[in-house]
Ligand binder design. Structure first.
Ligand code: GLN
Length: 204
């Protein structure tokens, strides 16, 4: 079985390389014909407003929307996370999202002064060592619905935004996994491993 990487814009190659390093067959997804038989799909980071427009012009938005509703496992990172959310604050008025996970997201929510930063995250679900996380103009989770499992948070002190509460940065709801940082830019493959495992459960 094959896992797809949405290949319209952004960190496409990097995600493909991690999946290939895990021994996973990978297909680049550029139009609706590329969707047949996929076990899961990665939505890379990039620019969510641009991705939203390209999803429309490529004809991919509606078939993907339907596939996510049917339960196709999906892993969205950064802009990919924004696209999967239920509500986006600070987006373009015509920016469409899939509403596959019950999150309210604020684009570029960490502010200009800390547009990019790195830290180590404790992630119980991944066990062992902390997960290195690279944040680049990252979205902030303003609200997570009751059905959303928060797998990691950023302590309020570590990001310089002086926000008073821990920020969810890895979340899961059923077959939807999201991260507000870029796991494809570090050597730690555990989040991709978790996602591949999600696609394998689905394959039976
Ligand atoms: N700020 C970007 C957006 O709104 C996301 C940044 C990223 O994916 N690194 O889409």
């Amino acid at each position: 079985m094959t896992v797809g990487v949405l290949a319209l814009q952004g960190d496409v190659r990097e995600h493909g390389a991690v999946l290939a390093a895990l021994g996973q067959a990978v297909r680049m997804v550029r139009n609706p014909d590329d969707l047949g038989g996929l076990a899961g799909l990665v939505l890379p980071g990039g620019e969510s407003t641009t991705l939203s427009m390209l999803l429309e012009s490529s004809g991919l938005f509606d078939p993907l929307d339907e596939a996510f509703r049917r339960g196709l496992p999906v892993f969205g990172t950064c802009a990919g996370m924004i696209l999967l959310a239920g509500e986006v604050l600070g987006g373009r008025v015509d920016q469409r999202v899939f509403g596959a996970i019950d999150l309210t997201i604020r684009r570029n929510g960490y502010g200009r002064q800390v547009a990019s930063f790195e830290c180590d995250l404790e992630v119980d679900a991944l066990g062992g060592d902390p997960v290195p996380a690279v944040f680049i103009r990252a979205p902030v989770v303003e609200r997570a619905g009751a059905d959303v499992e928060v797998l990691a948070t950023l302590p309020p002190s570590s990001n310089g935004t002086r926000r008073g509460r821990p920020q969810p940065v890895i979340c899961r709801q059923g077959n939807v996994l999201v991260a507000s940082f870029h796991p494809e830019l570090t050597d730690d493959r555990r989040l991709h491993e978790l996602f591949v495992a999600m696609t394998e459960v689905e394959r039976g």
